[in-house]
Design a protein around this ligand. Sequence first.
Ligand code: ADP
Length: 308
Amino acid sequence: MPALEIHDLRKVYAGGVEALKGISLDVQPGDFFALLGPNGAGKSTLIGIVSSLVNATSGSVKVFGTDISTDREAAMRQLGLVPQEVNFNFFEKPFDILCNYAGFYGIPRAEARRRAEQELRRAQLWEKAHATSRTLSGGMKRRLMIARAMMTQPQLLILDEPTAGVDIEIRRGMWRTLKEVNAAGTTVILTTHYLEEAESLCRNLAIIDGGCIIENGPMKALLAKLDVEGFLLDIEGELPASLPHVEGVDLRAADRFTLDLEMPRSMNLNSVFASLDGAGIRVRSMRTKTNRLEELFVRLTGNKEHAA
Ligand code: ADP
């Protein structure tokens, strides 16, 4: 049974903004899953619906098999949410923040104290258990948010842009805590617009853009795709009936006069041209092909490295 099962989810906000245009997605138990996309892609809307803060226009969401629209409470019991903003009382102490949160969920005091110690240790905050929260660093405050969400022992932990606008040291500290949470068996889903974050944490991901999922699969497969570049080559005369084999290169006829070529970025185009020449194919001109994925990554990272 998937940890999260989303089927044909749509959201149209008042005013007609189509934030989600029919999203389907499964996340398996134990996964560390990233929902990656630029600002305005629909990530927060999706997380909001899954955590019952936003109503969907249509479609279904199941958390460990329980439909959130028919049995909201049971579904929410499985789920922990870490919001983007730090929202605990700065005058309370971390240990008390966690115990009071547990009390709100009806967890007996002795059990709450046991869990609070476990979570504070995992978040490397045990030394600060009885300090005023106001004195915690930015990174500690964010780790305390994770510890608090874990007090109900959710099977699925969801984080909405947990590291937006925080520096790399703070992000790394949070990643370590999240990795430990995941290693102990909790499924983790986070939204981010940092490619680097998804890369260092997540096994699987979905990329969302303009309210649609444009990629979904293992992180490794996605990185391999990004490592490929494509060209369209106009050739002299017509292409031969059978194209030559060039090691590591995917060659196709786009039409009788144009070759469609994809190859690893690390490969030298001149050696490809030499092989083509050997097969009697002379290139007159070439154009770069860009794909939607590359364009998206340029927008996400603001990094022109992947640009054509
Ligand atoms: P992301 O989290 O990826 O930045 P959002 O889910 O916040 O994206 O937003 C998706 C789209 O929905 C955007 O066009 C945004 O302006 C719009 N939107 C988000 N929340 C509301 C709202 N409460 N009312 C109207 N439009 C909204």
